[in-house]
Write a protein that binds this ligand. Structure first.
Ligand code: GDP
Length: 139
């Protein structure tokens, strides 16, 4: 079932280098409505839980360390075809392979520190949004 919602995080590297405003501007200009948003920091335990699906991948430890190294911005976004359109807006995981004009091409430093997260399915968008936000925090 398409929910027209996706979940994103502005990751610690992008927060650290002052890119929150620029990334949110691109998200707004691409037609996404903000349903929920918070500025927060993941503990190592919470980052481990969020990325549990990647537990078997060789970079899991690095990913958990990086995602818990500093504050992030988490948000639920709404738009028709939200999951796929947001993946297009952010570009490929590896910024050297991302299309011109995508958020990762502009703001990401590396495949690990790649500026933003975007859900890869409606199901994961729901799970990830529920990880951060209660019903009362959605508008
Ligand atoms: P995404 O859906 O485009 O975010 O990519 P994946 O689901 O494949 O990976 C999840 C996240 O793990 C990525 O966004 C990166 O932050 C990180 N990641 C992916 N590949 C690598 C890698 O080769 N090394 C490291 N250190 N991190 C990676």
């Amino acid at each position: 079932m398409a929910t027209n919602r996706t979940f994103t995080m502005i990751k610690p590297d992008a927060v650290e280098n002052g890119s929150i405003g620029g990334i949110l501007k691109m998200i707004n200009e691409a037609g996404f409505r903000i349903v929920a948003m918070k500025y927060t920091k993941l503990s190592a335990e919470a980052a481990g839980k969020f990325y549990e699906v990647h537990k078997e991948r060789p970079f899991y430890g690095e990913l958990v360390d990086y995602m818990s190294a500093g504050p992030i911005v988490a948000a639920i976004l709404e738009k028709e075809n939200a999951v796929a359109d947001f993946r297009t807006l952010i570009g490929a995981t590896d910024p050297t392979k991302a299309d011109e004009g995508t958020i990762r091409k502009i703001y990401a430093k590396s495949i690990a520190a790649n500026a933003v997260h975007g859900s890869d399915s409606d199901e994961n968008a729901q799970i990830e949004g529920d990880f951060y936000f209660s019903k009362l925090e959605r508008f």
